[in-house]
Design a protein. Structure first.
Length: 56
């Protein structure tokens, strides 16, 4: 199951560079994860200091 980014996201951008499959993209006020591309590696979860990323 792909990871998702909650409204706790502050759009700091820390998660995007660690995504090895480029599944994370910047939205208007938060980032989002493409569930079709996400490989469930969890690297983004470790990088997010706001605990805004969880398994969907």
């Amino acid at each position: 199951m792909a990871y998702v980014i909650s409204d706790e996201c502050t759009a700091c951008g820390a998660c995007k560079p660690v995504c090895t499959v480029e599944a994370i993209s910047e939205g208007e006020d938060k980032y989002s994860i493409n569930p079709d591309t996400c490989t469930d590696c969890g690297l983004c979860v470790e990088e997010c200091v706001f605990d805004a990323i969880s398994q969907g």
